[in-house]
Design a protein around this ligand. Structure first.
Ligand code: IPE
Ligand code: IPE
Ligand code: MG
Length: 226
């Protein structure tokens, strides 16, 4: 029997602002509810046997949001990544960060880095946080690294991306009702199944996840074949 390959899942965590607006709360309350949702979601995803979970937490374009919103987000990153670190370490999950966190304030970067695991290759479950991540920036960076190396195969080029050791997503879920990828894993999603839900990220629970996985199981992935 062929070995079962663990699923690689990407989640575009959108809709925090609208979640707050619906409750007449400031956008920051929506971001906090989203940060709280993450840990539960990681557990739910793992319990369903998924091997890789990539969470889109902040895009390169999000850095152009108003200063107050960004500062609020950075405070939440400080607080919540510090909380995630021991929980994720205890669970034995490997944790990785993709994106350019070098431009973030030092202490925020420190909290984000504190979740990264020392021996990721031994884990059966990997969580990838995409922070100040943008596919275009990632591809341009990889192209820079590729320059002067002669012609590369697709596989060799993929090794120059942030996601070198993360399998391409099988399924990308976007919460919040928008029907777009917003610069998330553009190269890697060439054959990903896409699932869009109106549910706002802070409300995306285990039941919503099950619906998405059920829909995925009904898809017929042909990869260009017949
Ligand atoms: C997603 O929620 C979180 C980030 C992009 C940081 P939004 O902040 O985009 O929420 P909406 O789309 O305005 O509701
Ligand atoms: C996508 O959400 C980025 C993240 C979820 C981190 P946005 O709210 O930034 O996307 P757009 O602006 O609606 O495309
Ligand atoms: Mg949004």
């Amino acid at each position: 029997m062929a070995e079962k390959i663990p699923l690689s899942l990407g989640i575009i965590m959108d809709g925090n602002g609208r979640w707050a607006k619906k409750r007449l709360l400031p956008r920051s309350a929506g971001h906090e509810a989203g940060m709280r949702r993450i840990l539960k979601l990681v557990e739910d995803v793992r319990a369903r046997g998924v091997g890789y979970l990539t969470l889109y937490a902040l895009s390169t374009e999000n850095l152009s949001r108003p200063k107050e919103e960004l500062e609020g987000l950075y405070s939440l990153f400080r607080k919540y990544f510090a909380r995630y670190a021991p929980r994720l370490a205890e669970s034995g999950a490997a944790v990785k960060v993709i994106g350019d966190i070098s431009v973030l304030p030092g202490d925020v970067r420190g909290s984000i880095e504190s979740v990264c695991s020392a021996a990721p290759e031994r884990a059966d479950f990997t969580v990838v946080f995409a922070v100040n991540y943008g596919s275009r920036a990632e591809i341009v960076r990889a192209a820079g690294l590729a320059a002067g190396r002669g012609s590369l195969t697709e596989g060799e080029f993929a090794k120059l991306l942030y996601t070198a050791d993360v399998p391409d997503p099988d399924l990308i879920i976007r919460t919040g009702g928008e029907l777009r990828l917003s610069n998330f894993l553009l190269w890697q999603s060439a054959y990903a199944e896409l699932y869009f839900t109106d549910v706002l990220f802070p409300d995306f629970d285990g039941r919503c996840l099950d619906e998405a996985l059920k829909e995925y199981s009904r898809r017929n992935r042909r990869f260009g074949r017949v």
